[in-house]
Design a protein around this ligand. Sequence first.
Ligand SMILES: Nc1ncnc2c1ncn2[C@@H]1O[C@H](COP(=O)(O)OP(=O)(O)OP(=O)(O)O)[C@@H](O)[C@H]1O
Ligand SMILES: [Mg+2]
Length: 323
Amino acid sequence: MTAPLLSIRNLDIAYPTSRGPARILASVSLDIERGAAVGLVGESGSGKSTLALSLLGLLPDDARISADRSDFDGHADILARSAHLRGTEIAMIFQDPMTALNPMFTIGTHLVDIQRRKFPKASRAELWRRGEKMLARVGVSDVGRRMRLYPHEFSGGMRQRVVIAMALLVEPKLLIADEPTTALDATIEAQVVEVLGQLRAESSAALLVVSHSFGLIAELCERVVVMYAGTIVETGSVDGVLRAPQHPYARALIACEIDPSSSFEDQSDLITIPGTVPDPVHRPEGCVFAERCPSRHARCVDAPPFVATGAGAGFACWLGVAA
Ligand SMILES: Nc1ncnc2c1ncn2[C@@H]1O[C@H](COP(=O)(O)OP(=O)(O)OP(=O)(O)O)[C@@H](O)[C@H]1O
Ligand SMILES: [Mg+2]
């Protein structure tokens, strides 16, 4: 069996604050196999972007990062070196394409410049040709003319296609898409999802799709990781988790999404998941979801074990352990 492309064990990320350290990620372990498509889902503030940005070395300087292991493509300790892999081995598609584009430069210049680190010996003409080809591949027509336009001359959906083209041009081994369609309207969103789906079928890159909803992840990924308050509470196949979520948080998240107005079996009080994510400065010692959990009981004051349910699936809850 070959080693996973990415393998992280017990990743902790904290920020110093005047009230003490804010623990944003706590003991996160994650494997991504080569070429796999994995979704990372969880409500706002759960730490999804923090995890994604740590892989790219893009967290602020005061972030305190520690992990027992962080291997990428045969190299150890990538969290310390991830800035070197950014734009060569790991590429990112951000939520708002404008943040990735400089208004002063043409689309063509963006597509050329992004390739320079990965292909330092190639000529500008060669990189331009590759850029033009990739732009056509992500569904932009009339590329000869459009390469010479500026970002503001593109619509939001077209800009996101440019950003996807930029990410693919470096031929990354891992492509991270953080809420790639949140800034787009529904029609454009469907088009961008289609482009991502096509590229997924054609490219050998692994894909990590970050989203607060299962919808996008179900379209693009086979596996899903559910995150709550900086911990992974459940992981498994998208089909398996959607059909039979085991962790009470995953159940609530899916129930909210499938039909926000319906009652969810006997847990209708959870439909909007009342309560808030725990304060990262005062994380509970035991289960982080206990305060909001309809199934909470005495054991939840202790941190639950991760219960493996086979085929890489599992969940972190005492419900999986015989009393
Ligand atoms: N530089 C920082 N200093 C202190 N806390 C931070 C910093 N950056 C992020 N956080 C906190 O980390 C937590 C997780 O943030 P993160 O952006 O990773 O969440 P997310 O799951 O991506 O949310 P969203 O769905 O809204 O994008 C939040 O509580 C946020 O306030
Ligand atoms: Mg985010």
